[in-house]
Design a protein around this ligand. Structure first.
Ligand SMILES: NC(=O)C1=CN([C@@H]2O[C@H](COP(=O)(O)OP(=O)(O)OC[C@H]3O[C@@H](n4cnc5c(N)ncnc54)[C@H](OP(=O)(O)O)[C@@H]3O)[C@@H](O)[C@H]2O)C=CC1
Ligand SMILES: C[C@H]1O[C@H](OP(=O)(O)OP(=O)(O)OC[C@H]2O[C@@H](n3cnc4c(=O)[nH]c(N)nc43)[C@H](O)[C@@H]2O)[C@@H](O)[C@@H](O)C1=O
Length: 326
């Protein structure tokens, strides 16, 4: 990785050796931030700095500056963002571009100005061109047009990667980026329209089972392929990158396994125990046809995922029954 040459002198900060360090996990109540919080707590980190959205709105520059000046976190993980599935991305393009640019710009700049040792920014596999080569290598970035349903969010995420790179180059500051594939797990967003496919189907199948419905509507044609990763695997990868990676280039984080939406729906039906039929609503968009990432760079550093989709779905449904469907 030629780009690493630029950063050799930046890789001296151990993360795991310093469990009393102040670590700011932005977005700690969300799917990803909560998993990172659980992982860091399990590992023995004792000084997590956390603020809910109500306590600190990360789109407000002066509030973010005041927070960083006061807390001066040593490590920063950016898991706060405006996030949603295909419908939300398509319906609220202004929110997806503006809120994400604001949050990430404020957090990255303030972290740098207030002496953080290292920052990890999270993007998403939607940064790649709609028709990127499969599996998608990191260097496919900016080689073609984006998927229209999420280009606004993707542009913000690409700006986040580039901002980390620019601060590395100009300020010799250890900012890195990870690009996760589609995620799922505890504390996901189960909204009927604005969520991602996996929590949306879990809720829809569950409600259909409980209500004795004969059929469940699933969006699109069922043919798109998606790669899913359990959020606990992502949290493990985040800690791994904080410890082991200090490079200019963003790193893909995936499971390496893809399923069609039809296969996902069939698996969900089985896990939830719904016995009716699936009906496909082809008026809804399919989005990108396929986005399997090439995560071999992260694998070559020594990280591998552990949770299978079937086990992950069963665990998440158990969590849903205990926590959401009260
Ligand atoms: N979910 C997925 O499939 C994927 C997620 N990612 C990335 O992972 C990161 C986290 O996503 P995920 O956990 O799924 O999202 P969630 O929506 O579950 O969590 C996002 C968190 O950010 C907080 N937040 C949003 N806006 C603000 C704000 N203005 N000020 C302060 N906090 C705010 C939210 O708080 P509140 O809810 O109170 O607004 C929430 O706690 C994002 O960068 C996303 O791009 C990447 C690939 C896939
Ligand atoms: C993580 C990723 O997430 C988004 O991209 P996406 O992968 O297209 O997201 P999705 O989970 O919403 O849909 C996946 C597929 O599933 C189909 N589908 C069927 N039935 C439902 C359904 O009920 N809800 C949803 N949401 N989708 C459904 C849907 O039609 C599509 O074919 C972007 O926000 C992007 O920005 C991003 O980063």
């Amino acid at each position: 990785m030629g780009s690493q040459d630029n950063n050799v002198e930046l890789s001296s900060n151990s993360f795991l050796a310093y469990k009393s360090a102040k670590v700011f996990v932005a977005g700690h109540r969300g799917l990803v931030g909560s998993a990172i919080g659980r992982k860091l707590t399990q590992l023995g980190f004792t000084n997590l700095v956390l603020r809910s959205h109500a306590e600190l709105d990360l789109t407000r520059q002066s509030d973010v500056e005041a927070f960083f000046a006061y807390e001066k976190p040593e490590f920063v993980i950016v898991a706060a963002a405006k996030v949603g599935g295909i419908h939300a991305n398509n319906t609220y393009p202004a929110d997806f571009i503006a809120i994400n640019l604001q949050i990430q710009t404020n957090v990255i700049d303030s972290a740098y100005r207030n002496g953080a040792k290292k920052l990890l920014f999270l993007g998403s596999s939607c940064i790649y061109p709609k028709f990127a080569p499969q599996p998608i290598p990191e260097d496919a970035l900016l080689t073609g047009p984006l998927e229209p349903t999420n280009e606004w969010y993707a542009i913000a995420k690409i700006a986040g990667i580039k901002m980390c790179q620019a601060y590395r180059i100009q300020h010799k500051w250890d900012a890195i980026s990870g690009m996760p594939t589609n995620l799922y797990g505890p504390y996901d967003n189960f909204h009927p329209e604005n969520s991602h496919v996996l929590p949306a189907l879990m809720r829809r199948f569950h409600e259909a089972k409980v209500n004795g419905a004969k059929e469940v509507v699933v969006w699109g044609t069922g043919s798109p392929l998606r790669e899913f990763l359990h959020v606990d695997d992502l949290a493990d990868a985040v800690v791994f990158m904080m410890e082991k990676y200090s490079g200019l280039e963003h790193l893909n984080v995936g499971s390496g396994k893809e399923v069609t939406i039809k296969e996902l729906a069939e698996l969900m039906k089985e896990v939830v125990g719904f016995e009716g039929d699936l009906v496909w609503d082809s008026t809804k968009p399919d989005g990108t046809p396929r986005k399997l990432m090439d995560s071999s760079k992260l694998a070559s550093l020594g990280w591998t995922p552990k949770v299978s989709l079937k086990d992950g779905l069963a665990d998440t449904y158990k969590w849903y029954l205990e926590n959401v469907n009260l």
